[in-house]
Design a protein around this ligand. Structure first.
Ligand code: HEM
Length: 523
């Protein structure tokens, strides 16, 4: 017995040492050996790209190129107002594309990515995979978990089919029609505020900030019925969460990268939990009001009603899934739409002729009629071309993601299972090969007789993504864009303020870094 007791500490030390060696070998394998193996596999398949160094991948070069581009664009571009934005917003992709072609590999930490800016490659790749068999990059899922949870943007497989099946009817034109009056109400409130400011002698308005706030209010009302009084807290926390997650350089894909920004990550987690709690209480209250027979016609109300339909077991959403969808609608829907309107105002302020043409069209089609009739709004044809052209030059969602969940054959190449795909929408929308010499000019008429704007490849224009996973909120955006722009152009004219600094950048979406100050004059 004594002999055994003497041996025990030695045995314990030995097992501890074995455990350390095992953990060390595992780290070496997953940080260096496994990524290097994948690197050579991709290379054998013919994919080239900038050389990575593990475990950081290409992060260092990306950060350096981004910093240089920021300095350069501030010095060279800020007053020129160029629309040739790919080298400004994705300087690393722009330079790698020149050296390695339109499909190349790069690394975020130990995660392999293929950057795709070739529409033909994309067409073949997407034809080979059903929507439900695509994955979403695991690194983004964990990084953006507090924002999207298991909402539609991130969910995969049969769960994605179930979510999409339940949510699609809520976005039907008939259901959306009821939301137009909410949009008019919020926009008019913003415009009254502008009138007060202008009357006090200040005609310069940061249109980006104003429209983002109003779009946030609209999406919160149309998604989960939040009104100004009860929802301010949810709205502010949702915005704070987005800023916390995206305002720092994040080492996505780098092992333990989270701990390099520990404070921010913990803050984001805490905000995420607080938002979940608030939304949960909204949903619980709403469930009670539905059982008392008082359903509301917002997206949450429609999903809750659908959940109660008999015989839909297995095709409903759990309460946590509803919380995640509310967050997804907010993050997926408000900034993208706000930025589409913001960039439109920048371009209309620069092109007074188009501003006048749209005003004429509004007079003819809308006149004194009430906004919200979808058929009437569909008659705003020129406004539709302008929207398409804005989404081409300044796509608010500048890229689309996928992750291969199987080996994918494209001609004689194989994209290995687990590879992440970054579809570079900005590059494709500014590719002279497909759009012609005037690619960087604002020419809405290119969409007059062609939904693809004359692009020589159908997959070269992707503002809302592609395949079965294409944006579910398109119709809501069309409605909001036309309602808000009609109200704005009917009451004001816009010119660029001398204080505007043209510096588009990416903070999840494509936005004007220093806002959009415009000189606003009542008509
Ligand atoms: C200008 C406005 C908008 C733009 C440019 C935009 C763009 C996109 C893009 C590029 C995708 C990815 C598609 C893909 O992976 O192939 C997407 C997906 C999605 N969008 Fe939008 N979006 C806009 C407005 C909205 C709105 C208003 C909502 C909802 C309120 C919304 C909700 C979603 C959701 C839930 C998905 C995920 C769909 C899925 O994976 O099945 N979006 N959007």
């Amino acid at each position: 017995m004594e002999f055994l007791l003497e041996l025990l500490p030695k045995a314990f030390a030995l097992s501890l040492a074995t455990l350390f060696v095992f953990l060390f070998l595992r780290l070496v394998f997953s940080w260096w050996i496994s990524p290097i193996q994948t690197y050579y596999k991709l290379k054998r398949n013919g994919f080239r790209g900038p050389p990575p160094s593990f475990p950081l991948g290409n992060h260092k070069e990306m950060i350096k190129k981004k910093k240089n581009a920021e300095v350069f664009s501030k010095l060279e571009y800020s007053n020129i107002l160029t629309h040739d934005i790919h080298p400004i917003v994705f300087p690393y992709f722009s330079s790698w594309q020149k050296s390695h072609g339109k499909v190349f590999m790069y690394w975020l930490g130990t995660e392999p990515f293929l950057c795709v800016a070739d529409p033909e490659f994309l067409k073949k790749m997407s034809a080979a995979v059903l929507a439900k068999r695509w994955g979403k990059p695991s690194v983004f899922k964990s990084d953006r978990d507090p924002m999207f949870g298991s909402g539609l943007v991130m969910v995969e497989g049969n769960d994605w089919v179930r979510h999409r099946h339940v949510i699609t009817p809520a976005f039907s034109p008939l259901n959306l029609k009821a939301m137009a009056s909410l949009m008019v109400e919020s926009t008019n409130r913003m415009l009254e505020k502008w009138v007060t400011q202008i009357n006090s002698g200040n005609q310069e308005i940061d249109v980006e900030r104003e429209i983002t706030t109003t779009a946030g209010e609209i999406i919160a009302k149309t998604s989960f019925g939040m009104n100004y009084e009860n929802g301010r807290e949810v709205y502010e926390k949702l915005r704070a969460l987005q800023m916390t997650l995206f305002k720092t350089n994040r080492y996505v894909g780098v092992p333990f990268g989270k701990y390099l920004n520990l404070k921010k990550n913990l803050e984001a987690k805490k905000l995420g939990k607080e938002i979940d709690k608030l939304l949960l209480s909204i949903i619980t209250t709403r469930k009670k009001s539905i059982s008392k027979g008082k359903p509301q016609q917002d997206l949450l109300g429609l999903l809750l009603q659908d959940n109660k339909v008999e015989g839909r077991q297995g095709k409903t959403l759990s309460t946590q899934e509803l919380v995640d969808e509310c967050k997804t609608f907010f993050f997926g829907g408000h900034e993208t739409t706000a930025l589409a309107i913001t960039w439109t105002l920048m371009l209309l302020a620069k092109h007074e002729d188009w501003q006048n043409q749209l005003r004429e069209e509004i007079k003819e089609v809308v006149g004194d009629k009430e906004l919200g009739d979808m058929n009437m709004l569909a008659g705003l044809k020129k406004m539709g071309w302008v929207m398409n052209e804005v989404l081409r030059l300044y796509p608010p969602a500048p890229n689309v993601h996928r992750q291969a969940r199987e080996n994918i054959k494209v001609d004689d190449l194989t994209i290995p299972n687990g590879t992440n795909l970054w579809i570079d929408v900005v590059a494709m929308h500014h590719d002279q090969t497909f759009w012609g010499k005037d690619v960087n000019e604002f020419r809405p008429e290119r969409f007059k007789d062609d939904a693809h704007g004359g692009c020589e490849h159908k997959m070269g224009y992707l503002p809302f993504g592609f395949g079965g996973r294409m944006c579910i909120g398109r119709n809501l955006t069309f409605l909001e864009y036309k309602v808000v722009l009609t109200l704005l152009l009917s009451r004001f004219s816009f010119t660029i303020s001398p204080n505007y600094c043209h510096s588009p950048s990416i903070l999840l979406s494509l936005r004007p870094t220093y806002g959009l100050p415009l000189i606003v004059q009542p008509l």
